[in-house]
Design a protein around this ligand. Structure first.
Ligand code: CU
Length: 253
């Protein structure tokens, strides 16, 4: 599939990374220690994070937070923030109690004519508040989701992140995971091939990647859904469903 896309991209002279879409749920802070920082901002967007390019996206289907074993719907607090031609979204959230907060989003499906399919990336990001480290491995219950096996915050640049890909609650053997750095620091890559890193999971769906730089790192496990959705002409087309998780690393000083 991937090879076919690459061949197609070559034929059409489109850089292959043009296809490396990542949905992004990005809190303004990954670790909150001071009460004065209690109000955080969560940015929600569909992007090519390495290239810092944005894609327009309809209002998400679900947006919420899982904390203390409870899910809270925050869709009403999500406001449109237009950047160029792309609609991105932003929400404010007040962290009241100590604990881990899993912010999650189910985007609207995105029709990608270049790949002749729809894309739905179920995405999450964890914020740790006031020292009570509980809940970071709680599952949102998405159809496809990454279970973190590494605590996804308080990470140094250079640390590894290990996760397990689950689809309908079952491990996905040999899942392929694309990894992207949210390139806010303007890293120049020596070639297209560096922009997205690829790792494969083992027979239990477990993968590991070492993050070489401070910032946000996105992990995306992409599979084909068992359902189809109509394209703009009404014809049923395949749906790529992705489990996306973002983790933050900090430079050792
Ligand atoms: Cu795109």
């Amino acid at each position: 599939m991937k090879r076919m896309i690459l061949a197609l991209a070559f034929a059409l002279a489109i850089p292959s990374s043009a296809f490396a879409h990542f949905f992004v749920v990005q809190p303004s802070m990954a670790v909150v220690e001071e009460r004065s920082d209690a109000k955080i901002t969560i940015d929600v967007r569909f992007a090519h994070p390495f290239e810092q390019a944005l894609m327009d996206n309809e209002k998400p289907k679900q947006f919420g937070v899982l904390a203390g074993g409870k899910k809270t719907d925050l869709l009403g607090s999500l406001a449109v923030a237009k950047k160029g031609d792309a609609r991105t979204y932003v929400a404010q959230y007040q962290l009241k109690k100590p604990g881990d907060y899993v912010f999650y989003c189910e985007p609207a499906s995105y029709w990608e004519p270049a790949e002749d399919k729809h894309i739905i990336h179920y995405t999450k990001s964890v914020v740790q508040a006031y020292g009570l480290e509980e809940g970071w491995d709680e599952m949102v219950g998405f159809p496809i989701e990454i279970k973190p096996l590494t605590r996804p915050y308080g990470l140094w640049a250079g640390n590894v992140f290990t996760g397990q890909v689950l689809m309908d609650g079952k491990p996905v053997p040999n899942a392929e995971i694309e990894v992207s750095y949210d390139n806010t620091t303007g890293v120049k890559s020596p070639g297209e091939v560096f922009n997205i890193q690829v790792v494969k999971a083992d027979e239990n769906g477990v993968f590991t990647y070492a993050m070489p730089k401070a910032g946000w790192w996105g992990f995306a496990a992409l599979e084909e859904a068992s359902f189809k959705l109509p394209d703009p002409s009404g014809e049923d087309k395949p749906v790529e469903i992705g489990a996306v998780m973002w983790v933050n690393t900090v430079e050792m000083q």
